[in-house]
Ligand binder design. Structure first.
Ligand SMILES: O=C(O)CCC(=O)C(=O)O
Length: 271
């Protein structure tokens, strides 16, 4: 493939997928991109990860969060070669359909590369970090390489999105301990989507409790994520340092109560 794939043709999200997503707070969409489409973008995304993590400490010297993955946000704004992937109408429409909204905007993108020997991703809820006045947020998580079941897709707590904040712990040893105890004591049902092919994608809402296993293989688990927010969403309260940080880097400093829609938050669907 020599020309950049446009990713403008869309796919149908079935009524069953929508209902399942609404009930469980997560879903898998197999083959959202083809292996060839993904392979076109993977080198640029991987080069961005290498460039922006060149000074990262050795794996063994990082804390639990640092061991979980190399995390590089906003590649779509740093690299013209990555932008068509993160802005892809096909992905954005799937996100809008699953959320049951007419339109979605970019909240941010993030490459998440779990290195060989990388640690587990502790239990957490993404929206703890996000100053967004809605529960209509969703992350698309797409592997750029085939991922075996033991490295896996994430593990999700079914229906946890309906409970909103379950404690406010941010990613780390405490969130792992507290949420693991909660899942066990409340007998909360968990699901994983198992092995993933490059171009398959999972979607989970901002309040869906989730974690991911360690990478005990020699594979670099390259994943690209795009986080969408329903069009019409307003900036929510800035009630933690994490939300103050997100307000600056992902909302261009927009004030609480204002509509999400600055330069960093383009409308991705409808186009
Ligand atoms: O990739 C992972 O290990 C975890 C990703 C995650 O937590 C997320 O995309 O919200």
């Amino acid at each position: 493939m020599t020309d950049a794939p446009t990713l403008t043709d869309t796919i149908e999200i079935t009524a069953e997928q929508r209902a399942d997503f609404a009930a469980r707070g997560h879903a898998v969409v197999r083959g959202l991109a083809s292996a060839e489409e993904v392979e076109f973008f993977r080198p640029a995304i991987e080069a961005g990860v290498r460039r922006f993590t060149a000074n990262q400490a050795a794996l063994e010297d990082r804390d639990t969060y640092g061991k979980a993955f190399l995390q590089v946000p906003n590649l779509c704004f740093f690299d013209d070669a990555v932008r068509p992937f993160s802005f892809a109408p096909r992905f954005a429409k799937a996100a809008a359909d699953l959320l049951g909204v007419d339109g979605v905007r970019m909240y941010h993108d993030q490459a998440l590369f779990k290195e060989p020997g990388g640690g587990h991703t502790p239990w957490h809820q993404d929206q703890t970090y996000w100053p967004l006045d809605t529960d209509r947020t969703v992350t698309m998580w797409m592997p750029l390489v085939d991922v075996p079941a033991d490295v896996g897709s994430m593990t999700f707590v079914d229906g946890s999105h309906r409970e909103g904040s379950l404690g406010g712990w941010v990613i780390g040893d405490e969130s792992q301990e507290q949420f693991a105890a909660m899942v066990q004591s409340r007998g909360m049902a968990t699901s994983t989507h198992g092995a993933m092919r490059a171009g398959d994608a999972t979607f989970h809402t901002g309040w869906t409790l989730h974690s991911a296993p360690a990478n005990n293989t020699s594979l670099l688990r390259g994943v690209m994520t795009v986080i969408y927010v329903a069009d019409g969403t307003r900036v929510g309260p800035i009630d933690s340092p994490y939300r103050a940080f997100d307000q600056q880097i992902w909302l261009g400093g927009a004030e609480p109560g204002s509509l999400v829609g600055g330069e960093r938050n383009p409308l991705l669907w409808p186009v």
